[in-house]
Write a protein that binds this ligand. Structure first.
Ligand code: 13P
Ligand code: SF4
Length: 311
């Protein structure tokens, strides 16, 4: 049905007619990022969703991101181009198992990465993102017992940086665990001037070898402000689009993944499910939309509000 249409022009027209805002994550396809009203990391996107006065929020990202926008904005229509755009981290923490885990440790404060379902957030005291997780954990009293879920790699990184113990959930991001350390080291040997920069969802061996570790927004800022000229970028390859736009003179090398991996660089197939065609039809028909049962929404919202207060 979209053949022959100028999708970019049609989407722009629909956005205006419907007072819709298009929020996109850095891992989205380049053509979607270029069309978005705002491109950001998980924290910035949640903050934008909280401030927008649009009637419709179209989330070009994955399900937990759209769900977070709905939790904050129950009165708005929140749409996601493909409802199957999930997240391996969110899937690693099924709500029933997570509830049991939390109930087995009633004396712990529950800190959950935003990459989780609304139901899991409902059992959470404070939601965090990769941008603020370290700061939020550090802001809690030293003797406070903490459950950190679902990303064991981000959890281990925070434990290393803060020197505190936390009880970790055993979840991981398939994309950030797919990097091949040996191949990255070979690449580094061939480009000794290049700095390895990595997202904290990667495993500790890689993080220890990195010159800089940070969220997608922090990695982007690093390449913009650092004096270096070359970077081996260990996060989802979508970030390279904004990096290349903002530092066109610098060398940006995507970190290689395992040779058995089907793509040459690390791509999140969930993030890439959103296409321009789906953005168009989703906005046109306001479908599929994301909804959260009210009892879950109220509880999940308080964990997100705690995050905003502490960010
Ligand atoms: P940030 O956007 O917080 O860096 O997180 C990356 C991510 O994995 C989103 O799915
Ligand atoms: Fe989830 Fe990893 Fe994809 Fe981010 S990159 S959406 S954490 S699977």
């Amino acid at each position: 049905p979209v053949e022959g249409l100028d999708l970019v022009a049609e989407i722009k027209k629909l956005k205006e007619e419907k007072n819709a805002v298009l929020l996109a994550h850095y891992y989205q396809r380049p053509e979607i990022q270029d069309l978005a009203d705002f491109v950001g990391d998980s924290l910035a996107l949640a903050q934008k969703a909280a401030e927008t006065d649009a009637d419709i929020i179209m989330f070009a990202g994955v399900h937990f991101m759209a769900e977070t926008a709905k939790i904050i904005n129950p009165e708005k229509t929140v749409i996601l181009p493909d409802l199957n755009a999930g997240c391996s981290l969110a899937e690693s923490a099924p709500a029933d198992k997570f509830k049991e885990f939390v109930e087995a440790h009633p004396d712990h404060t529950v800190i959950t990465y935003i990459n989780s379902s609304a139901e899991v957030k409902a059992y959470t005291d404070i939601t965090v993102t990769s941008t603020n997780a370290l700061k939020i954990v550090e802001s809690l009293p030293k003797d406070e017992k903490i459950i950190f879920a679902p990303d064991k790699n981000l959890g281990a990184y925070i434990m290393k940086e803060t020197g505190r113990e936390m009880l970790l959930w055993d979840g991981a991001c398939v994309v950030h665990e797919a990097f091949a350390f040996d191949r990255i080291m070979e690449l580094k040997a061939r480009h000794p001037e290049s700095q390895i920069i990595a997202h904290p969802e990667s495993d500790m061996t890689l993080l220890r070898a990195a010159s800089f570790v940070g969220s997608t927004a922090a990695l982007l800022k690093y390449v913009q402000e650092d004096e270096g000229e070359s970077y081996i970028v260990a996060t989802e390859a979508g970030i390279l689009h904004k990096m290349a736009q903002s530092v066109p003179h610098k060398e940006l090398i995507p970190a290689p993944t395992d040779e058995n991996n089907t793509c040459a660089c690390s791509e999140c197939h969930f993030m890439k499910m959103n296409t321009l065609e789906k953005v168009y039809s989703c906005l046109k028909y306001e479908y599929p939309s994301v909804d959260v049962p009210e009892d879950i929404r109220i509880k999940a919202k308080s964990s997100i509000e705690r995050m905003f207060e502490l960010s």
